[in-house]
Write a protein that binds this ligand. Structure first.
Ligand code: FAD
Ligand code: SF4
Length: 511
């Protein structure tokens, strides 16, 4: 029997009552479906905290929908993939009209489109209006560009949405970007007192999820002991308010700083709430702009924060949909090595990696510089197969959804697409980590030693990388300076670096 009913699919990262999925909802004829799928938690070896966050947030959202009397089919703990559950439901109820918001993962988008074509049903896949920039606008921006760079896209976003512009339409403070002011390390004595982020003790629903995840996914990486992520809109709003009130003021200056046992620094910790759509980027930016005036915050902090959300977050999303599915296959340097085992355990003598991976296992969180310049930098220098690295990032961070994870990992951290939207590989030696953190103080290795037993593996692999790719680096004015430093290293020492790097690369698991 054919039904006139419309089925509205809401995915685990689309938990927004105002979202496009619920637009024109008809309480008489429409039904919502939400699906917990074990297959989604298993196709990469997902961190327990990420699974728990998704399940808990979905269940809280389902409760809100039920309170508002939305007709809802909530499928708990299915072992089937999402599309299979969806297919069963569509066939069983004879439904021929499926509505959803475009998934944040290419794979799922393809699967839903294929399923709809096979079943010959009407599929209404709506664009996600959570974002500032539509696909059409992004494609139009790309059309006449020789180079795809964040900076110019970001300026366009600022102008289009009238954010941080003075009365004449010029950038506040006379410049578009205050990045240079946002790169300070913590003082030598350490970060001092940092206002801790607000934590949310698990309620009964979250506790039930935690017990379930600990049992059903016992062998998955990570721990749930510290689980305190916002799981509903009220908590996400509270986290936003708290960040604005107490932590935003120092966000800018210490954005790139790292310190042992300081997992969150002055960062906002809002990415999971934004990506699950518990928060809207427009309200986040509006709140920051109000705080700027109210608390006379530094423009560099305000601009630095807004750039991440209005700039990077929108830009990488545009790039993802533009370059998929190729982006997932790119391997510019043809790297083939396996990810060292300690990425999953934190069990390494390298203090910087131990700290970054350790806090990741504990919370499902590391901040941007840890992701880019510690774990990402090492994976690039150690010549790891991009697919293995990307799967790790997708599995291990609570905010990881492919539209944002993949461009950051493959594109930004690994240069796997050959610099399609970055001007150079983001690589650094141990000297950078030493400058930006205190990790090296407690490390078995020495950041300024390039070869030999005490040599810092990051430093050895950095120079080895430059020696190996010298021609490429010399061909660009942005990177020429890096290889210029090679001239200060004697031929004998360069040989010793290459030899030692070979030794390091052959025993990555033992570092
Ligand atoms: P803050 O430092 O407080 O920044 C504020 C917000 O800006 C973030 O919440 C986030 O929404 C946005 N933002 C900042 N940088 C970026 C960026 N480069 N791209 C997109 N949005 C950004 N972010 C994710 O949300 N999910 C991911 O899976 C993810 N994977 C990453 C992988 C790698 C290798 C790298 C280098 C970065 C990745 N990022 C990812 C970007 C960034 O590291 C995180 O958004 C940030 O660390 C989240 O912490 P926060 O909320 O405290 O961010
Ligand atoms: Fe990391 Fe090298 Fe410093 Fe050790 S010495 S913490 S490996 S950068």
């Amino acid at each position: 029997m054919i039904s006139s009913k419309r089925l509205i699919l809401i995915l685990g990262d689309q938990l927004d009552l105002q979202g496009a999925a619920l637009r024109n909802f008809n309480f008489q004829t429409d039904e919502i479906i939400m699906i917990e799928s074990a297959a989604e938690a298993q196709y990469v070896w997902t961190h327990k905290a990420k699974i728990a966050l998704f399940l808990s947030a979905m269940r809280h959202f389902a409760q809100t929908l039920s309170n508002l009397k939305y007709p809802l089919a909530y499928i708990k703990n299915s072992s089937l993939p999402i599309v299979e559950v969806l297919k069963e439901k569509l066939i069983k109820d004879g439904i021929t009209h499926l509505i959803c918001v475009e998934p944040g993962e290419w794979r799922l988008k393809q699967q839903i489109e294929e399923m709809a074509a096979t079943l010959k049903i009407k599929l209404e896949m709506r664009e996600d209006d959570h974002f500032f920039c539509s696909h059409q606008e992004f494609i139009a921006w790309v059309a006449d560009k020789k180079e795809l760079r964040l900076e110019y896209f970001y300026r366009l976003m600022r102008k289009t949405h009238n954010i941080l512009l003075d009365a004449d339409g010029n950038p506040e403070g006379g410049q578009w970007n205050f990045d240079q002011d946002n790169r300070k390390p913590y003082p030598k004595k350490g970060p001092g007192i940092i206002e801790a982020p607000v934590l949310f003790a698990p309620d009964a629903m979250t506790q039930e999820v935690i017990e379930f995840v600990n049992q059903a996914y016992a062998k998955h990486p990570g721990s749930l002991e510290a689980f305190s992520w916002p799981v509903n809109r009220e908590q996400a709003l509270e986290a936003l308010d708290y960040f604005i009130e107490y932590r935003l003021r120092n966000f800018g200056i210490y954005q790139d700083a790292m310190w042992t046992d300081t997992p969150f620094g002055w960062h906002s910790i809002l990415s999971s709430s934004l990506n699950l759509k518990l928060l809207n980027p427009r309200e986040v930016i509006a709140a920051v702009l109000v705080a700027w005036k109210k608390y006379s915050l530094d423009l560099s902090t305000v601009e630095g924060f807004i750039r991440q959300i209005l700039g990077w977050r929108e830009f990488v999303r545009g790039m993802y949909y533009l370059d998929m599915p190729q982006m997932a296959q790119d391997n510019y340097y043809k790297h083939q090595r396996s990810l060292p085992k300690w990425y999953w355990t934190g069990n390494t003598k390298m203090s910087c990696m131990r700290d970054a991976v350790g806090q990741t296992l504990q919370y499902g969180y590391a901040h941007h510089i840890q992701r880019l310049m510690v774990t990402g930098n090492f994976a690039l220098l150690a010549e790891i197969l991009p697919k293995e690295v990307c799967d790790w990032y997708l599995a291990i961070y609570v905010d990881a959804i492919e539209w944002v994870e993949l461009p950051n990992t493959a594109g930004m951290a690994l240069f796997a697409n050959g610099g399609r939207f970055t001007s150079k590989p983001y690589i650094a030696s141990g000297a950078y980590i030493k400058r930006m953190s205190n990790y090296c103080d407690s490390c078995k290795y020495k950041p300024d030693v390039r070869f030999g037993e005490t040599a810092c593996p990051v430093t050895t692999l950095y120079w080895n990388f430059l020696i190996k790719h010298r021609a490429q680096f010399e061909s660009s004015p942005r990177t020429r300076l890096m290889t210029a430093n090679l001239k200060r290293i004697s031929d004998d020492d360069q040989q010793a670096i290459v030899l030692h790097a070979e030794h390091v690369l052959n025993r990555l698991d033992d570092l």
